[in-house]
Write a protein that binds this ligand. Structure first.
Ligand code: ZN
Length: 154
């Protein structure tokens, strides 16, 4: 699947069988106004919505990861971690971005859900593109989707 470069033209979005869409932590706390904001992070929402529409129309797998921390998570400064409180499970900041049209068919992967557990990946384990893709493919299989061969990363 070709990457989107430049504008948001839908003609540049051509997912095919074997593709899966992986959205990483598109949560309010990581967007402008959030507790741990990435400047301009909301600018990709229209692009993501184009991808979501295309993947939905083709019945292709979509996975959305999210930080989903307990209030005493080890990554928070009060517990000696590096980050301010963010993405506490069920809080407004943990919600997916305003305007993100995430379909009900998308599989949501919550991570770092235990007080002492940090997770920067929705598919934790040894770090490599191959192992991440394998774990993502397993997540698709467990959701009843066909095997995937490619992921799009944020
Ligand atoms: Zn976090």
């Amino acid at each position: 699947m070709p990457a989107v470069s430049g504008g948001v033209g839908e003609d540049k979005i051509a997912p095919a069988e074997g593709d899966a869409l992986l959205l990483v932590d598109m949560q309010k706390d990581f967007l402008p106004g959030g507790a741990l904001a990435v400047a301009g992070g909301d600018e990709i929402i229209p692009v993501l919505n184009c991808y979501l529409a295309r993947f939905t129309a083709l019945g292709l797998p979509m996975i959305a990861t999210r930080d989903w921390h307990p209030a005493d998570h080890c990554s928070f400064t009060a517990q000696g971690g590096p980050w301010p409180v963010h993405c506490v499970a069920g809080s407004p900041g943990a919600g997916f971005a305003e305007g993100l049209r995430l379909p009900a068919s998308a599989r949501i992967v919550s991570k770092a859900t235990g007080s002492g557990q940090e997770a920067y990946s929705g598919f934790p384990g040894p770090t490599s593109t191959v192992t991440c893709a394998t774990r993502a493919s397993s997540a698709c299989s467990s959701a009843g989707w066909p095997p995937i061969t490619a992921c799009l990363y944020r």
